[in-house]
Write a protein that binds this ligand. Structure first.
Ligand SMILES: Cc1cc2nc3c(=O)[nH]c(=O)nc-3n(C[C@H](O)[C@H](O)[C@H](O)COP(=O)(O)O)c2cc1C
Length: 332
């Protein structure tokens, strides 16, 4: 086993050198500009947007464009698209590169949601590696920015084909592959099979990232150590818990991870809310932040009662008041 310190390192994807290998994974409904900014402030080395419809970009949909908002703090960030059409992928990439200047562009080959797979996108692409090849190749023809691909192990347990789909992506020009080793059928349930990440890492020449069941700093250390992957994408483990990035860095340096106090949690949640308000406006941000706020306070003393109140918060002032009341009633 290598020393933990050597597990945290810069990673080169195509011609882009990213200073560290702890990324925030794309998550629909979560990884907007506000959450990505918080993750960066808490130590993430690179972030991704949620999956964005290539066809939506081409239609000029206002909602779709809003997903391309970038914070001035985001030096390294990726935009993830989904589609089943090489043509749409190429045209969308050309538009995204001009509008948003991302560091990386990713193709989603893992989304299990029916409205995506029924149109042949997301995890449905796993059934047709030659289509993955064509889409990535067309994306590459429209940009010099490195293209990455995020896959699952296969459609179902009978059709595990991550080596084949990853190979098709690399043949098409992908500069990094991230594997979430569950099948489409598994959704987000059961356990991810990290052996698939180990196997893929020994098979590919481009960097391999791992995703799946990274809920604690120790999980991240274990994935880096056991699979030898080049980096990780942390997903659910960062929701309400962006502190995980700094904690992993401490752990890898052999320093005891910082203890996150309730005050830290609440002040970070309010900072997150303020960032969300600055991009979404107060009404929408307050609604969107309920799920994040509930996640920030999960596990703290009296969290169930606190969460029951938060899910009705409608203004910045109400959130602030709830936080102050909580602190007052729980300070000894
Ligand atoms: C709510 C939610 C939304 C997600 N949205 C996306 C997405 O837009 N694009 C993507 O590639 N993966 C998406 N994922 C998958 C995650 O990036 C990650 O690969 C997966 O959750 C496994 O990691 P975990 O077990 O540590 O959560 C999503 C996952 C969740 C839970």
């Amino acid at each position: 086993m290598s020393r933990p310190t050597s597990l945290y390192h810069p990673v080169t994807i195509g011609d882009v050198r990213i200073p560290g290998n702890l990324f925030l994974a794309p998550m629909a409904g979560y990884t907007d500009v506000a959450f990505r900014t918080i993750a960066l402030r808490e130590g993430a080395d690179c972030t991704y947007t949620e999956l964005i419809s290539a066809e939506g970009i081409l239609r000029g949909s206002k909602n779709t464009f809003s997903l391309l908002n970038r914070s001035p703090e985001e030096t390294y960030w990726g935009v993830q698209i989904f589609t089943s059409s090489p043509f749409a992928a190429g045209q969308a990439v050309a538009k995204i590169v001009t509008l948003a200047t991302p560091t990386l562009i990713d193709l989603n080959c893992g989304c299990p949601v029916p409205k995506v797979v029924h149109h042949g996108g997301g995890a449905a692409l796993l059934k047709d590696p030659s289509l993955i090849y064509m889409i990535v190749k067309t994306m590459k023809e429209h940009t010099s920015i490195p293209v990455t691909v995020k896959i699952r192990s296969g459609w179902d347990v009978q059709s595990i084909n991550y080596l084949e789909t990853a190979d098709a992506a690399v043949q098409g020009g992908a500069s990094m592959v991230c594997l979430h080793p569950r099948t489409r059928t598994q959704g987000y349930g059961g356990k991810s099979d990290w052996n698939h990440i180990t196997h893929l890492k020994s098979y590919l020449s481009v960097p391999v990232f791992g995703s799946g069941d990274l809920f604690t700093p120790q999980d991240v250390l274990r994935m880096l150590e056991t699979t030898r992957c080049d980096g990780v994408m942390i997903a659910r483990g960062a929701v309400g818990n962006p502190f995980i990035f700094t904690q992993v860095k401490s752990l890898l340096k052999g320093i005891p991870p910082i203890r996150v106090t309730t005050e830290n949690r609440l002040s970070t949640a309010l900072m997150h809310l303020d960032l969300a308000i600055s991009t979404l406006g107060e009404t929408l941000a307050c609604r969107e932040m309920r799920k994040h706020f509930c996640a920030y306070v999960k596990g703290i003393e009296g969290s169930a009662a606190f969460r029951n109140k938060i899910v009705h918060a409608e203004s910045r002032e109400q959130y602030q008041r709830l936080v102050e009341e909580y602190i007052q009633s729980h300070s000894s």
